[in-house]
Design a protein around this ligand. Sequence first.
Ligand code: ADP
Ligand code: ZN
Length: 436
Amino acid sequence: MKTSYWEKEIETIDRTSLKKLQLKRLKESVAVALKTPFYKARLKKAGITGPDDIKHWEDYKKIPFTTKDDLRECYPNGLLAVPMDDVVRLHTSSGTTGTPTVIYHTKKDIDNWSDLIARCIVATGATEKDIFQNMMSYGMFTGGLGLHYGAEKVGMTVIPMGGGNTKRQIQLMKDFGTTVLHITPSYILHIHSKLAECGVKLEDLKLKKAYLGAEPYSENTRKKAEDLFQIDAYNSYGLSEMNGPGVAFECVHKCGMHVWEDTYLVEVIDPKTGESLPEEKEGELVFTQLVRRATPLLRYRSRDIACIRKGQCACKRTHRRLSRITGRTDDMLIINGVNVYPSQIEEVVMRIPEVGTNYQICLEKEGTLDKLIVKVEIYSKLFKGELSEVDSLKNRIKEELRAAIIIHPAVELHEPGSLPVFEGKAKRVVDNRAKL
Ligand code: ADP
Ligand code: ZN
């Protein structure tokens, strides 16, 4: 497979030089952080009063963690490290789990971020010849503008459509011969289910690739999107606190997402003890921003669960790879005392061929017990089939789920298009247990 690079030298830098660069940039970032009231107080407590208190690479461990709550407390200006005149843009998180957080960027910060996105795009084999339709929402959400600037840098033709308006999305894909999509995994499946209604056949489209991110999804969902559209789908990961998309991305080999380690110092920790974990061990991802000047962030606890892969990728990039994100520490459901991640349920339902493109996880209280109901859409031809066939499918899904999560769920089969659709991040879990 042909490998192309955006910034070859830094993408293939040897690990010793990379670590040296990380140490240099970490010292610079500590100096920047000390300009903010928040870090001045926080770092002083840990005995760090200047960049020279960081002497060796391992010294990053002396730095205390920063959490999402810290960021919320700093709202709006507690983490601003440059005069507001130097800020050219701000973004906030989507607030999936509470009050949003704010991140400021200087002109140079935006430029660096766009280069990271360009690295990601080129790593998937896309070029200036591609027509790029960005279906992530623009505005405060980083998925829109983030990818947009990087795609323009590469020289792609950008269609800045943003999220939603499915019919128009499909029309534009057809009219302009879109070759690359940036989209959530749930929305790409929905788009497929609407093609026929719009009178568009797969042959009318020129789609080759999709960048799927912004929410956890399983390998089976990737496969489903790839099979339905006959394309390559690449995993794209980011969080607004670390700029947004462009933190980690898959290359053409699709075997984990390269995390740009010249910009992000990445660690995996045990979320309970804070202990650092070795490669291949799953835990919470912690990131330190090494280059951003407007809003420094040191050892930020992302709450996302993944591991760092061992070994080098065939593309020769030396930046290590992250596994698929299995969920967030705060996504975990406790059902009758058993820990379950929504992604485990998705993994199962999406590998069943009769299951269509949407599903939902519902939790209810039945007396003192929790009841898990998994609702899945199935392809319409099945609804016209024998009742016994439908029953046996239901039982099969139930059995496969029980084997994966140990819990006995109730399974409901629904007609295509009947479960709620999400144009941005999907909200799959409906938890009614706390309600009376
Ligand atoms: P919020 O934290 O409010 O959702 P963001 O827009 O910053 O706001 O979303 C970032 C989060 O989205 C990540 O921390 C992660 O949980 C999720 N996410 C982004 N990309 C992926 C991906 N490829 N796989 C799984 N989860 C992802
Ligand atoms: Zn690679």
